[in-house]
Design a protein around this ligand. Structure first.
Ligand SMILES: *Cc1c(COP(=O)(O)O)cnc(C)c1O
Length: 390
């Protein structure tokens, strides 16, 4: 009874959510802090005072939400942890992240999590007659969507230090006149390329092809590609409220691009589901965008904790590259990644292990609260000698 089409698919597997005991969840890059209190207040008002809104269809284009996102991005430049907040709550991007011309709502598309935005993007921009170029070891949903839309892939190896090889991506794209997708900072490696390097991709990208940059973690980094939007009409930046805005449970993601590309995403959406953002998520997103100072604070707590944890791991002999995300991607020789994952899980903490051969001895650890990280440091300090587990 099942189609060939479906039988050919291998679905994405998200981080596990076991219920056998309470765990500290450091395996899905969720935010350890709750959303801004304004989000809960706005949802209470919706439920208590405006329940008729739930009986009616929501705004299919999320106009007010997109205006709120534009306003938020103009305050942050797309990098929360570098945003300056004055004592009376006025927010400004770090000078290097300021947007040359402000983002406008017609440059934004909102969807049911950035995963759904990515699905529309694959549908709207990537052809089946040539391979899509992407780095090896990147977000593992990209191959799933490629299979779904029958888009061939050309994965390009990372550098030995696990950074993305920009010249190799350019070469590959030019050889086949292909579009490019990458996560920046990359997942699961946590490393970022500079905006300068993204600009070089855009400068060398074949005519008429798209460069898609998935910035799920850019709020914890140093630079965003958003300032390039005014210069390149083939750039799409995809972002999410799941990580830096503590709304993974509400499902809200967006794309930023020139209006022509946004119209194409809207057409893809309207060919599938007119209303991907329900009234609750539109309400929550607007409230979240109104409280940038709160999120600057939580993003900075996470980056501070990340730096402290990185320093700790290095003193313990772990191999840790510089992270520009809310997680670290680490190994400790000669332990096997699976052993590290199991050992930490026995101590009530979940981290993520990947089976792919080149990265199978790494684990990915989400940065939690100070208390989460203290507990993890304790557990790692007590780790048995390597011969024991591997
Ligand atoms: C978490 C993540 C996403 C998905 O985010 P949602 O908005 O929750 O769907 C997309 N891309 C990357 C690289 C991610 O890590």
């Amino acid at each position: 009874m099942i189609t060939q089409r479906l039988q050919r698919l291998t679905p994405y597997i998200p981080g596990e959510q076991p219920k056998d005991r309470p765990y500290i969840k450091l395996n899905a890059n969720e935010n350890p802090y709750p959303p801004s209190p304004r989000v809960a207040q706005a949802l209470e008002v919706l439920a208590a005072h405006n329940p008729m809104n739930m009986a009616l269809y929501p705004d299919p284009e999320s106009a007010e939400l997109r205006a709120a996102i534009a306003d938020m991005l103009n305050q942050t430049g797309g990098v929360l942890c570098r945003t300056a907040v004055t004592h009376d709550g006025v927010c400004r991007p770090a000078p290097e992240n300021a947007l040359a011309s402000p983002l406008t709502p017609d440059m934004l598309f909102a969807g049911n999590g950035s995963d759904e935005v990515l699905s529309f993007l694959f549908c709207a921009f990537f052809e089946s007659d040539r391979p899509l170029v992407l780095p090896c070891h990147t977000y593992s949903f990209y191959p799933v969507y490629a299979a779904y839309y029958q888009i061939p892939l050309n994965p390009v190896p990372l550098h030995d230090d696990m950074s993305v090889d920009i010249p190799a991506l350019i070469d590959a794209a030019q050889r086949t006149q292909s579009s490019i997708i990458l996560a920046n900072p990359n997942a699961p490696t946590a490393r970022a390329v500079s905006r300068e390097q993204i600009a070089s991709l855009l400068d060398s990208c074949p005519r008429g092809q798209i460069v898609a940059v998935d910035e799920a973690y850019a709020d914890f980094g140093t630079e965003s590609a958003l300032p390039l939007l005014s210069r390149y009409d083939n750039l799409v930046v995809v972002r999410t409220f799941s990580k830096s805005f503590s709304l993974a449970g509400m499902r809200l993601g967006y794309a930023a691009a020139q209006p022509e590309l946004i119209s194409a995403l809207t057409k893809a959406k309207n060919s599938f589901n007119h209303f991907p953002c329900d009234i609750a998520v539109q309400t929550a997103g607007i409230a979240a965008c109104s409280d940038v100072p709160y999120y600057v604070c939580t993003a900075q707590q996470i980056t501070t904790e990340r730096e402290a944890f990185t320093a700790f791991l290095r003193t313990q002999g772990w191999c840790v590259s510089d992270s520009q995300t809310n997680f670290v991607f680490v190994q400790k020789k000669p332990y096997e990644g699976r052993f590290l994952y199991e050992y930490i899980k026995q101590h009530g903490i979940l981290v993520r292990h990947f089976a792919a051969e080149e990265i199978q001895n790494h684990i990915r650890i989400t940065i939690g609260t100070e208390q989460h990280m203290r507990q993890l440091r304790q557990c790692l300090s007590d780790m048995p000698a390597a011969a024991y587990g591997s």
